[in-house]
Design a protein around this ligand. Structure first.
Ligand code: GLC
Length: 744
């Protein structure tokens, strides 16, 4: 055999040697599986929270790591402890399989951004992607590999505390945001040192719990499940999400953790999801409480058979799976499939080659300007201007004194929201501080809390009213505390806690102009404030740059662009209230006996998609062409948008579809597109949308998507409640694609 000795020059040889990744490449999951005992396999499916979240492992925990009986830890905040555990797993366990470290990084890790509901109010997916990207860099820099985010539970019931963590009420907006979150967290390469494995949660329909109560049973039609609650997860899976977390509740009678229809038929088969399914905290154990498992062994068996790969914190997989497999009650093949998915995730994250030494986060204290700059941009864009009578805002630069009043005006803790990561209260710029920093030098800024955020005392009212009377304008900062939203924080009332509304009334009674800043984790039903306070902003929980963002909007240094990702009700009694409802046979306005209330209008206080700017926009001349399309074609819709006000501003132009006659009742409107358009005063622009015929499909009684010929209406406007409409028709036959004559 002729040996071709190609003598590469030394430099090239050296380059080749260096280029060859000296880092150990991960063993193939299959090969590793072949060497694993049943206990070691089960160990990869065990996720534990360390007994000391801010400390080192105990002797017993270390033993379990050495024996390969733990695959991942969650919510651990000790880089040294994590590094020690990783070294034990890599160097002292029989197979050296590295550990995964997971954390709830929902809207920031060290830099805390606005809560996800406020980020949804930006209607700005690229911005959300940036927020996710910076959060991933911070988390991975601290040794975290896996974030339990994004939370993608569509919610139409603001009593539910976890609406704060989610994308709002609409599947289309939620899906756009879902893709952005996953792209931002994961990037193109999970092995890079600034990315995290995403974990869209909580699969699925957790936001539809009865009564808006957390963990409550979910009962809904297959159509509603597939059209409203599934789409964000579909988008996340299509964006490459590495994992998915199960939801706590039962859905149509079966808890998700024991629900093969949801986890295997929908998630694995319909969505072709190939990543890791992790249960939520002790959800496997809760199968006993739900009443679908007779004992711990039954619970472990049901969860494994339903499709749970990793058992978070219940301990039942560790305790029961080896015996179940040996007894043939759980096929070892199922166990192997789950373990293979976990090993594949660890390989994708590059854990076999990542450094085992403690990760010293590269960020500095105080937070770097780049982090704060992004947090400020996100906070500004999450603010929704709900009312601005007499154009009281932006504040005049000649304002001589401002009375900042309210229990949340100089508050740090609540601005971080219900999932504050490892954020610090001292990082927060309060509204009072923001106003003081942005106010003209000659302007006096006065402060009084007026009352507390939730206790019944009104002792501070008089002092607050006197302060208000002495000022040109009053900024009232009121709302919820962070603990009143998030997990296990549902409210049966959507008003202001404590005596805050009475405080606002007292301030309005002084006759001075009042601006209300509403800080909350959910939409608040405040009809009196909406009617009597001339300027109102929904400010949610905005993170570390809260105060600067609010002040920038108040002084006009930044114009409001936020739009509601959820409907704001007039009263809790209207719930569920959302824009995408069906017409009923007796819609309001169709006669005397109609669907509605005798004691309240059926309309919301503020509709989905609503938000004001510091200018005015006019919509005219909607055009839709062609008038008839066939399957596989698109319809082009456009509108002329003009800035008819005094200032430049950005409008979020929304496209809604309606199918007025179909084989099933259809929503009176479905969001199918949106664009943010920036216009100078007097400027006019034609805003265009292209809607493919696939967007007309809906879920039929058989659970399958279908498109039906017929007339359709498109509406383009500033919210779900207004805009210009035009119709077109879908024909069943495939029509020749019309020549691109001047499309609208
Ligand atoms: C909680 C939450 C879930 C979170 C998990 C880990 O119960 O339901 O969203 O990711 O536990 O903290």
């Amino acid at each position: 055999m002729i040996r071709l000795a190609i003598l590469a020059p030394p430099a090239l040889l050296l380059f080749l040697l260096l280029a060859m990744d000296s880092r150990p490449s991960p063993p193939s999951p299959r090969e590793l599986l072949s060497r694993m005992t049943i206990e070691e396999k089960v160990g990869q499916l065990v996720q534990e929270a360390p007994a000391q979240a801010a400390g080192r492992l105990s002797t017993e925990e270390k033993r379990r790591v050495r024996e390969g009986r733990v695959g991942s830890f969650l919510n651990w905040q000790d880089p040294m402890g994590m590094a020690e555990a990783q070294r034990l797993a890599r160097k002292e366990s029989r197979l050296g399989i590295p550990l995964l470290f997971a954390f709830d990084i929902l809207h920031g890790f060290r830099t805390i951004f606005p809560i996800p509901l406020a980020l949804a109010a930006t209607w700005n997916p690229p911005l959300v992607e940036e927020v996710a990207g910076l959060s991933a860099w911070e988390g991975r820099s601290a040794g975290i590999h896996w974030t339990f985010a994004p939370m993608l539970d569509v919610c139409r019931d603001p009593r539910w505390g976890r609406i704060a963590e989610g994308p709002g009420e609409d599947p289309f907006l939620a899906s756009e945001l879902a893709s952005a979150w996953v792209r931002g967290f994961q990037g193109d390469d999970l092995a890079s040192r600034d990315r995290l494995a995403a974990c869209p949660k909580h699969f699925v329909a957790y936001g539809a719990g009865e009564g808006g109560r957390d963990y409550a049973a979910v009962d809904l039609s297959l159509g509603k499940l597939l059209e409203v609650y599934l789409p964000p997860f579909t988008a996340a899976v299509h964006a490459g999400a590495a994992s998915v977390m199960t939801a706590f509740p039962s859905v149509n009678g079966l808890p998700v953790a024991a629900n093969p229809f949801l986890l295997r038929t929908l998630l694995r088969q319909k969505l072709d999801f190939r990543g890791v399914v992790v249960s939520d905290w002790n959800a496997v154990g809760e199968l006993l409480v739900h009443g679908v498992a007779a004992d711990a062994e039954d619970a472990a068996r049901l969860a494994m058979k339903a499709g749970v790969d990793v058992d978070m914190a219940s301990g039942l997989f560790a305790a029961k799976l080896p015996g179940l497999v040996r007894a043939g009650k759980v096929p070892e093949a199922l166990l192997d499939q789950a373990v293979e998915r976990v090993l594949a995730l660890k390989a994708k994250l590059g854990l076999w080659s990542s450094p085992a030494e403690p990760q010293v986060p590269p960020w500095v204290d105080p937070l770097p300007a780049t982090s704060r700059g992004l947090a400020l941009r996100a906070a500004r864009e999450g603010i929704v201007l709900l009312r601005n009578q007499r154009e009281i805002l932006p504040l005049s630069p000649r304002v001589r004194s401002i009375a900042v009043i309210g229990p949340l005006a100089d508050d740090r803790r609540n601005a971080l929201g219900p999932w504050p990561g490892i954020g610090r209260e001292e990082d927060v710029v309060t509204v009072l501080e923001g106003i003081r920093s942005r106010a003209p030098a000659a302007t006096r800024v006065l402060f009084a809390p007026g009352c507390s955020a939730d206790d019944p005392s009104t002792a501070g009212f008089a002092g607050a009213a006197r302060l208000a009377e002495s000022a040109d304008i009053v900024v009232a900062v009121v709302g919820e505390q962070a603990r009143m939203s998030g997990e296990a924080a549902s409210r049966a009332d959507l008003g202001l806690p404590g005596r805050q509304e009475e405080l606002v009334r007292a301030l309005v009674e002084t006759g001075r102009p009042v601006v209300a800043i509403l800080s909350s984790g959910r939409p608040l039903a405040l009809p009196w404030i909406a009617e009597h306070v001339p300027a109102v902003l929904a400010a949610w929980f905005l993170g570390v740059e809260s105060g600067n963002a609010v002040a920038d909007i108040l002084f006009g240094l930044s114009s409001p662009v936020g739009r509601l990702p959820v409907t704001i009700p007039r009263a809790v009694g209207q719930i569920p209230i959302y824009y995408g409802h069906t017409n009923t046979g007796r819609p309001p306005g169709s006669g005397r006996d109609v669907s509605g209330y005798i004691d309240l209008p059926e309309t919301p206080l503020f509709p989905f998609g609503y938000g004001l700017a510091y200018t005015r926009f006019a919509y005219r001349d909607i055009q839709v062409a062609p008038a008839v399309i066939g399957h596989g074609q698109s319809v082009e819709a456009s509108v002329l948008l003009a800035n008819t006000g005094p200032r430049a501003g950005a409008e979020t132009v929304q496209l809604y579809l309606r199918d007025p006659a179909a084989s099933l009742t259809r929503p009176i409107a479905e969001l199918k597109g949106f664009q943010r358009v920036f216009l100078e005063p007097g400027e006019e622009r034609r805003v265009r949308f292209s809607l493919p015929s696939e967007a007309l499909a809906f879920v039929g009684p058989d659970g399958e998507l279908r498109k039906e010929a017929g007339d359709f209406e498109l509406r383009i406007g500033p919210s779900a409640a207004s805009g210009l409409s035009a119709s077109f028709r879908l024909e069943n036959q495939r029509l020749p694609t019309p020549s691109p004559r001047g499309t609208p």
